[in-house]
Write a protein that binds this ligand. Structure first.
Ligand code: NAP
Length: 299
């Protein structure tokens, strides 16, 4: 069994990004700048946003953290996003989810200019991904694809079973793993809460991607020997032995499943750090205007 070490791989990606930033600087270019908008005081959201800002510092990006009160109106938030859209100093924007109930996530997502949508949630970026065009791919699926690619895991012709069909993980993974590309070229089964007998599917799987948010859901008896298992789940489970009062648990019952696998991601230290690195990579592309350069004008 080989551990898919997201921590080590993400450090390597961050090093590559930092080198690019140095190159941009030495050529007198503008360094990439990410704006993160946080609405409200949710503890997990604050932790996520703070680590994204820290990541920016680590690779030499500029960053702006915009904190807004939980009572902020939808209109105020939309106006703020518009201001960032119009600010040429800022290359990428993320609005940390979840948002308070009175704010429409869809409206906010669509207000971000697709060229600055480094979270890859805007319908334009989702559509471009589906069409196989250059696009910002949501950070978690992009991070998983990087992990698979960098560990040179064969995916072509394999059966991939994904558990969970959310917009930000399961559904894009379905598209990416089945597309005609490397990694890709899988036959994909997408399971969700209405799928009867998930075990019957996972036992057929060469690759399992567990993204449902139920700690320890995937157990040893659900996995065939030699499978590749990617655990996306992160759930805070109360744990009095930890200083912070909780432990992070994945969707895979690691102790039992790991010995049967060819490759497996740990939690923490697997998909989580890869997600953070993928956001930085998207921000670098935004600064380089890689995906949205206008087509050359014929002379
Ligand atoms: P989500 O939006 O809540 O979606 C969960 C999906 O799992 C839904 O499609 C749901 O089915 C399905 N599901 C729920 N219970 C199920 C069950 N018993 N059997 C089969 N399918 C079931 O969650 P998400 O945002 O995709 O996140 C999933 C997990 O990944 C969470 O633990 C989250 O914290 C974690 N996550 C980690 C990262 C990272 O960086 N590592 C990033 C994002 C998310 P229905 O569609 O039928 O409701």
């Amino acid at each position: 069994m080989t551990l898919l070490d997201g921590k080590k791989t993400s450090e390597q990606i961050k090093l590559e990004i930092a080198r690019e930033v140095e190159k941009i600087k030495s050529l007198g270019g503008k360094i990439p700048h990410l704006a993160a908008v946080l609405v409200g005081e949710d503890g997990a959201s604050q932790t996520y946003v703070n680590s994204k800002v820290k990541d920016c510092e680590q690779v030499g990006f500029g960053s702006t953290l915009v904190r807004m009160d939980a009572s902020t109106s939808e209109e105020d938030l939309l106006n703020h996003v518009q201001e960032i859209n119009d600010n040429d100093e800022i290359d990428g924007i993320i609005v940390q989810l979840p948002l308070p109930d009175h704010i429409s996530v869809q409206k906010v997502t669509e207000r971000i200019r697709p060229e600055k949508d480094v979270d890859g949630f805007h319908p334009v970026n989702v559509g471009r991904m589906v069409k196989g065009l250059p696009a910002y791919i949501a950070a978690t699926p992009y991070g998983i694809m990087q992990l698979i690619e960098r560990y040179q895991i064969e995916t072509s012709g394999k059966h991939c079973v994904i558990i969970g069909r959310s917009d930000i993980v399961g559904t894009p993974m379905n598209i990416l793993m089945s597309r005609k590309a490397n990694p890709g070229n899988c036959t994909v089964t997408l399971c969700h809460s209405r799928t009867p007998d998930i075990k019957a599917h996972t036992l057929q799987a060469d690759i399992i991607i567990a993204a449902l948010g139920m700690p320890g859901f995937l157990t040893e008896d659900m996995v065939k020997p030699g499978a590749v298992v990617v655990d996306v789940g992160i759930t805070r489970v109360p744990d009095a032995t930890k200083k912070r009062g909780y432990a992070l648990k994945g969707d895979v019952e690691f102790e039992g499943v790991a010995p049967k696998c060819s490759y497996i991601t740990p939690v923490p230290g697997g998909v989580g750090p890869m997600t953070r690195a993928a956001l930085l990579w998207n921000t670098l592309q935004a600064a380089k205007r890689s995906f949205y350069q206008p087509a050359p004008v014929d002379s």
